[in-house]
Design a protein around this ligand. Structure first.
Ligand SMILES: [Zn+2]
Length: 79
């Protein structure tokens, strides 16, 4: 069973929203589709980073979690 988002690696236990998918968190997957449909890890990371900072996370922590995104199953094959 998945315990964290396959796209951004956020642990589901930390997800404040209501998940629609067993694979993705409530940020990555909304209204029946992935929010970021592209295939560009850097672009996705930028969006994650902005989202985290916008939610009040401090920038050092946001940068760390953004770095971890590359290890998510969704992106592992891209590199
Ligand atoms: Zn996610």
């Amino acid at each position: 069973m998945n315990t964290s988002c396959q796209s951004c690696l956020m642990p589901f236990s930390k997800d404040p929203g209501k998940r629609e998918s067993d694979l993705y968190c409530s940020y990555c997957f909304q209204n029946g589709a992935l929010c970021y449909k592209g295939n560009d890890l850097k672009e996705f990371q930028q969006a994650c980073y902005k989202g985290m900072v916008a939610k009040g996370m401090n920038k050092i922590a946001a940068r760390f979690f953004t770095f971890l995104v590359r290890f998510a199953p969704r992106w592992r094959k891209a590199k």
